[in-house]
Design a binder for this molecule. Structure first.
Ligand code: NAD
Length: 429
């Protein structure tokens, strides 16, 4: 959740783009095309509530750029969703698919709602209502949605079912993040979190640090955070602090155990939204602390894996000098002001659209499998994912080393160059 209400992620996405556009000396046409999404859909979704009343929710789909392939990007259900957030996220998806070097463009969707307050039947209405509004504008060849914050495989299946009902056929490649056995891919659940750690593993190698000698603090305890912690522990790391949002109290908390958290134990007391039960955590010996304490832990690695705007000008000075790597699991967790501080202090940042590209890469694998109607086993999917993420990391890191660039700038240069080339090759700019 953005702590600062005046924070505008679109301004942040644009300022990042503008500085790379200057560096690349992009012409005016390319700048105009890429600063703004190509297409946007804003619509009402009327929902018949369980008590018989009607609620009208606001929904969005934004297609930023599809020069390299069909748009791709998640759908978020969030009470504070805004059109500008969706626009920024769609732009980041374009760069993410380009940096991961998968043949897809960038899109994003959202609905302003809080699924905590909606029954399963009401959530189904939201999913079907969303698809009804954009059924002609999304699809396997045009724009392929996926789950994101507070949406899951069941939501995706309802959306697919509505799409197939409208179009009268089976189109499993219309959406990704579906349940395994219903067109979903093995490995999709783990993909984003694991992908963060594939890139972290490569960064540690580059810096000559052994994973078993490191510790980490993580913001968030949802899908991305849990699987990142899982693989980080498998390669030998220790997580000493995680944080999450407390729905009842409408504030965040950090959970700390100096000797290292036990992932399975914490998972056992966490709800499906990634909220940890405070009382049970205390009983298990965790210190329950203020929500922002995760950021000031004396650790080697920070993994923000909750929401955007979490490391900013107000709190970046609380980051310990011991921190060597920030692996951005969330989208846009570090503001440009905080980023400038990391750059100056030579903190090694694995930027969001590289670090968390595992999700969309596996979504791409899911789409490929769905279109073939032939599915790979988990080992094959995760092996391909590791290969794709490692190649993406190496391409960015080589550019950073050769060009003397900060990792985020190198990732942007690589991604924007690829997208601009596709737009030029098509004759658009
Ligand atoms: P999720 O809903 O599963 O989990 C979010 C977690 O963040 C929860 O534990 C929640 O309690 C916590 N949280 C929310 N507000 C917080 C706050 N103010 N302080 C501390 N914790 C807070 O979501 P997710 O799928 O894990 O996504 C997390 C981030 O990763 C988002 O930025 C999302 O856009 C990004 N992302 C997700 C995927 C994916 O495949 N799921 C892919 C790429 C990027």
């Amino acid at each position: 959740m953005s702590s600062d209400r005046s924070f505008n992620p679109l301004e942040m996405a644009r300022s990042q783009f503008d500085s790379v556009a200057d560096y690349l000396e992009l012409d005016d046409g390319a700048r105009q095309l890429l600063r703004t999404p190509m297409r946007e859909y804003h619509f009402n979704i009327p929902i018949r509530m369980d008590d018989g009343s009607v609620q009208v929710l606001r929904g969005f789909r934004v297609q930023h750029n599809d020069a390299r392939g069909p748009c791709k990007g998640g759908i978020r259900f969030h009470p504070q969703e805004t059109a500008d957030t969706v626009r920024a996220l769609s732009m980041w998806m374009t760069w993410k698919c380009a940096v991961a070097d998968i043949p897809l463009g960038g899109g994003k969707g959202g609905v302003i709602c809080d699924p905590h307050n909606l029954s399963a039947r009401e959530q189904e209405q939201v999913c079907r209502g969303w698809v009804r509004q954009v059924a002609r504008n999304v699809g396997p060849q045009a724009d392929v949605p996926a789950p994101d914050v507070m949406t899951n495989s069941q939501h995706m299946l309802w959306m697919l079912d509505e799409y197939e009902t409208i179009h009268g056929g089976r189109y499993p490649g219309m959406i990704t993040g579906k349940p395994v056995g219903m067109g979903g891919s093995h490995g999709r659940t783990e993909a984003t979190g694991y992908g963060v750690i594939y890139t972290l593993r490569e960064a540690l190698k580059e810096l000559g640090i052994r994973p078993q000698d490191t510790s980490a603090a993580v913001q968030g305890f949802g899908n991305v955070a849990q699987y990142a912690i899982d693989l980080y522990h498998q390669i030998g790391g220790t997580t000493i602090c995680v944080s999450c949002w407390d729905q009842r109290e409408q504030k965040s908390y950090s959970f700390r155990k100096a000797a290292g958290i036990d992932l399975e134990e914490l998972r056992g007391i966490t709800d499906t939204y990634g909220g940890i039960d405070k009382d049970k955590a205390r009983d298990l010996g965790y210190e329950v602390l203020d929500g922002d304490v995760w950021i000031e832990q004396e650790v080697d690695i920070l993994i923000p894996a909750a929401l955007e705007n979490q490391i900013n000008a107000d709190n970046v000075n609380r980051v310990s000098k011991q921190v060597k790597i920030v692996a951005e699991g969330a989208n846009g967790p570090t503001t440009p002001e905080a980023d400038a501080v990391f750059k100056e202090q030579k903190v090694f940042v694995i930027p969001d659209f590289l670090a968390n590209a595992g999700g969309v890469t596996c979504s791409y694998f899911e789409q490929v499998q769905s279109n073939m109607n032939y599915f790979w086993d988990a080992g094959e999917v995760l092996g391909k994912l590791d290969q794709q993420m490692t190649s993406a990391y190496i391409a960015v890191s080589e550019l950073a080393q050769h060009g003397g660039l900060y990792m985020r700038d190198a990732a942007y240069v690589l991604a924007i160059k690829r997208v601009v080339t596709a737009c030029r090759d098509r004759g658009w700019v």
